[in-house]
Design a protein around this ligand. Sequence first.
Ligand SMILES: Nc1ncnc2c1ncn2[C@@H]1O[C@H](COP(=O)(O)OP(=O)(O)OP(=O)(O)O)[C@@H](O)[C@H]1O
Length: 253
Amino acid sequence: MRDVTPTVPLECSGLSARYGPIQVCFDVSLSAMPGEIVAVLGPNGAGKSSLLGALAGTVSGQGEIKLCGMNLAPLAAHVRAQRGLAYVPEIRGNIFAILSVDENLQLALHSLPRSERAAMKETVFDLFPILKSRISTDAGMLSGGEQQMLAIAMAVSRKPKALLLDEPTQGLAPAIFDILEETFTKLSQSGLPILMAEQNISFGARIAHHYLVLSGGRLVGSGEGHELRNAGIIVERYFPKDLNGTEEAFATV
Ligand SMILES: Nc1ncnc2c1ncn2[C@@H]1O[C@H](COP(=O)(O)OP(=O)(O)OP(=O)(O)O)[C@@H](O)[C@H]1O
């Protein structure tokens, strides 16, 4: 009989991450289905960025990583990106400050067939109209929110199969959160799975279908996105001994 099990877009199991001899993530297993937004929550130093880096290939890792059934684990970071795993690092690390918005977008669009580039450019301008009005501005001159929009636009321009977002709201004004919420919701409705590291539980509550909690590099909890509406309960449940410090570490704008 034919196997009709749907292919999971993004999954990993037994994933570790390390910096030289120091291991910082341990035995992490997770998955994101089509159109799902999965938030990875945890305070500073929990290992969220390291986990995303191990998935993207920018941090040394061991374990199984699959993208639509393809084994990514042996592949270098740039090949994982070519295969369709898009990664927006913390602090907009994928944009080039001395290049204009247009030049940055051209770099990302280069991975598409020439015939698809103009339509994709319009798609990203539909997502972020402000970028169209800043087309000739150097990326380094954009506001933090605009830089984040450009970083996401570049990742999306490559028509990825899954999107990794590292703390997309970090350092941004709450007004930008609305734009990001709308964008991530639209992307997920188009079927794109999103794995998002986030310290801001309230932002997670606005968009995540599921959440995972990382502490000390280990997954210690998980649940449905709607549970995040009560951030206090999440903090108390997973970090009861360090409530004050953790409340600060978890922003709840
Ligand atoms: N380049 C590095 N070299 C050595 N250790 C690192 C490096 N980057 C992070 N670490 C350590 O790895 C652990 C996990 O850090 P990581 O940045 O992944 O956590 P995080 O949950 O993303 O925190 P934050 O929200 O502050 O970014 C921490 O103990 C951190 O000090």
